[in-house]
Design a protein around this ligand. Structure first.
Ligand code: F6R
Length: 607
């Protein structure tokens, strides 16, 4: 969604701001803009559309040492030049960029209009700019503080002022901001990806904090002006990880990164011989976890599908009643949180607004909250009582792939960690862990012969309706396969627990309709074979995902993609991979923008 970049230092600001905006592109945007503070003026340039359009309008000859830049994903007002950020105050001397939503913007707008302010845009952000201008009396930080006291909602903002050309003021409430610390320069961004090219030393701003940033220093205080200690941390991601590295798309790169990503995720956490899982992030709450009476997993989209696998894992391995809730539903339905309820949020970005809101609700009701998060320093990572990072590296492609398998791997680890401390025998845990240890190599071998998925995509990419069926652990994989296909290739696809097909969706099956069935070996194999027969009887074309060595399946499915054998609870880590590839190839064949699918943003920071 929206992205923020800011620069104050000794180098020309403009190339740094543009490069930062390009690094933020993956988050999704529909307009962009830049403000430069110089020579007693603030120069604002902005445009609807791509960053390349903005670039054509910029004057690179201007001297520039301080500036802010923004990519906007429209919420209040259409994606037009006028609504693009930055927004100026009435004097034209103060420029503001903003991520988040101001909830009382109508009331503030009316108040300011009564004071004679004329608004130029339909955005809630302009209210902040006008308010800062309204309070400004020679001290930008003070004016921002006063303005923010009037505002309710979520914000990550950056502000520059013509009269203080060496200063960027930033503030955060519910929308991430990171300050990169360089040599005689500071880079402010809403996402580490925009900072990495310059420095790996960062300070994560906390909620309710304001920063006054200059070339050589910055001051961090609360909204009430109480000083806050700066903690400089090292970003563990490398620049290489956020670049294409020879792949045509980030999604392709990230699918093929899964063997290494999962090896990193498991590194140092499993002891096959002892049948033990070590999770440093859970040590302080191990007692509460082991005694938990109920676990609620909450997430959105792909992360919700991973959580659903987690539900099966926790019940089977840890024997704790578990349910999975859409974060957006959890928050608004007055959930019951008893003593012994643990709420676990699953999220790649750690910035998904609905998931954060669900977590806040759970905290307020007294639950112990845990995070299964990829992004270190994110709001969820900082806001949960404890948790386990995925360590799968940055995910740039909008369609989540390696984060899904990372989430499933971490949930497997946690389930085994708790299970081992409850009912799971050493032998059973050791068997599970040794199967888990094999997964990275198994995915690698699958990816070495990944042509089958391409063949399937070539055959069916022209058809607009697909079904995905799975049972047990592979039911969430069916949902995930369908989501992958629809979000990047715009093909309509439904994922279902296979037995549900008979209760209605079977009516959809017509001659030649592609039906992807996850039919791996295990407790429900015979049942899923029956489902395949039901599809075939109605003329559907079955694409089966089956276990290597299965000879029967070839007789009844049109296409078979084989995956290596593993224990049933870990099958999603393998069966999801060909489905990612089918979606990827289908999108490429249909000429879709794989990494920037229409209407989608990488991280959904509004409810
Ligand atoms: C789909 C996808 C989304 C995200 C969802 C939650 O490919 O990526 O469905 O999974 O928006 O995002 P996170 O995991 O960042 O909370």
């Amino acid at each position: 969604m929206c992205g923020i970049i800011g620069y104050v230092g000794t180098r020309p600001a403009l190339p740094i701001l543009i490069e930062g905006l390009r690094r933020l592109e993956y988050r999704g945007y529909d307009s962009a803009g830049i403000a430069l503070a110089q020579g007693g003026k603030v120069e604002v340039t902005k445009s609807a559309g791509r960053i390349s359009v903005l670039e054509q309008r910029l004057d690179f000859a201007l001297p520039q040492a301080t500036g802010i830049g923004h990519t906007r994903w429209a919420t209040h007002g259409a994606p037009t030049d006028l609504n693009a950020h930055p927004h100026l105050d009435a004097s034209g001397k103060i420029a503001v960029i903003h991520n988040g939503i101001i909830e009382n913007d109508r009331a503030l707008r009316t108040y300011l209009e009564r004071q004679g302010v004329q608004f130029k845009s339909e955005t809630d952000t302009e209210v902040i700019a006008q308010l800062v201008g309204h309070f400004y009396a020679g001290d930008l930080e003070k004016a921002v503080r006063q303005a923010l006291h009037e505002v309710s909602g979520t914000f990550g903002i950056a502000v520059v002022c013509a009269d203080e050309p060496d200063v960027v003021v930033a503030a955060r409430q519910g929308s991430p901001l990171i300050i990169g610390v360089g040599q005689h320069e500071h880079i402010l961004a809403s996402d580490a990806a925009a900072i990495l090219a310059h420095t790996s030393q960062v300070v994560y701003m906390g909620d309710g904090q304001i920063a006054r940033i200059t070339r050589d220093d910055f001051r961090l205080t609360t909204l009430d002006a109480i000083p806050v200690a700066k903690e400089v941390e090292e970003i563990e991601w490398s620049l290489e990880e956020i670049e294409l590295g020879g792949h045509e798309h980030f999604m392709h790169k990230e699918i093929f990164e899964q063997p290494d990503a999962l090896a990193n995720c498991l590194r140092g956490r499993i002891d096959v011989r002892e049948g033990m899982v070590h999770l440093g992030g859970l040590v302080d709450c191990a007692r509460e976890l082991v005694r938990a009476k109920r676990i609620i997993l909450t997430a959105c989209g792909t992360a919700w599908h991973a959580a659903l696998v987690g539900e099966y894992l926790f019940e089977e391995l840890a024997r704790i009643p578990t349910e999975t809730e859409y974060a957006s539903e959890f928050r608004y339905r007055n959930p019951i949180i008893d003593d012994g309820t643990i709420v676990m949020a699953v999220s790649q970005s750690g910035e998904t607004a609905d998931t954060i809101a669900a977590l806040t609700e759970a905290k307020q009701r007294g639950a112990l909250t845990l995070g299964v998060v990829n992004t270190v320093g994110s709001t969820l990572a900082r806001g949960t009582d404890a948790g386990v990072f995925l360590h799968v590296g940055p995910e740039i492609g909008v369609a989540s792939t390696k984060a899904f398998t990372g989430q499933v791997a971490v949930l497997s680890l946690i389930a085994c960690y708790v299970g081992r401390r409850r009912h799971l025998s050493t032998a059973a845990a050791a068997q599970f862990i040794s199967a888990l240890a094999e997964i990275p190599a198994q995915i690698r071998s699958m990816l070495e012969q990944a042509d089958d998925a391409k063949t399937v995509a070539e055959r069916y990419a022209g058809l607009d309706n697909w079904l995905y069926l799975g049972r047990g652990y592979n039911y969430p994989v069916a949902l995930e396969g369908a989501l992958k296909l629809k979000e990047i290739s715009y093909i309509h696809a439904e994922g279902l627990p296979a037995a549900e097909m008979k209760h209605g969706p079977i009516a959809l099956i017509t001659e030649g309709m592609p039906v992807v069935v996850i039919a791996t070996s295990g407790s429900q194999y015979d049942k899923i074979m029956n489902n395949i027969s039901e599809v075939r009887a109605r003329g559907g074309s079955v694409i089966a995902i089956a276990t290597e060595g299965d000879r029967e399946i070839k007789k009844i499915a049109e296409h078979v993609i084989f995956v290596p054998d593993t224990v049933e609870p870990l099958q999603p880590l393998l069966t999801s991979v060909p489905l990612q590839l089918i979606a990827y190839h289908a999108a490429v064949i249909r000429g879709c923008n794989v990494d920037k699918p229409r209407n989608l943003a990488k991280s959904v920071t509004v409810e």
